[in-house]
Design a protein around this ligand. Sequence first.
Ligand SMILES: [Zn+2]
Length: 237
Amino acid sequence: MSLIITIAIGLGTTALLWLFFRPPFGKNIVRLNTHQRIVALTYDDGPNPPYTERLLDVLAKHNVKATFFMIGKRIERHPETVNRVIAEGHQIGNHTYSHPLLGFLPPFCVQRQIERTDDLIRQHGIVEEIVFRAPMLTRFLPVAYVLAKDNRTHISCDVWSWDWTTQNPHRITETVLKKTLSSTRAGSIIVLHDGKAENKNANRSGTIEATDRIITALKRDGYQFVRLSDVNKRYSN
Ligand SMILES: [Zn+2]
């Protein structure tokens, strides 16, 4: 009898953990729904001058548009950088106000983090739908619940650059290209960082140099680059 109870408790605990960490509802986009050679470059944790500006120079050189998931309190601190990102045709996404481990917060805190940052983005004249990505991709139960309630999608990724662990441009480039090209991942969403959550003065030179190399290599392989707003119009389900 005790064995049955132990098994029941074990199964129940597993089900609850599964429900919390992998909530089976709401929309979570990991990859674009396309067979075309199209990828989305996404940059998290900015704005972070002067590195965001240097990154914009590289993107402009290649005529590539990207999506920037910005932290609300950095939007407040660097409005001119935000304006330049918008003026140059890139998309701005919501990456919470203060970059907490969102998945472990109660829903009202999650809601507040999202709404506060939405408001800041709207103050920059953005009227279209604002895409959202949770810090460290913690789309756990409270996050999934709040997003589903507002019929919003979580934007995840399928290519991790690991640029938060290294600023060696060669290593970042190799990591992204290996994942993207080896499996010919049409529709990949690539995550890079123009800022660093825990360091407001983080040097992102490696990510900038890697971006130059990644775009050059992917273009040579026939890839085009889209913003996530392009995705919604053309490539989502
Ligand atoms: Zn982040």
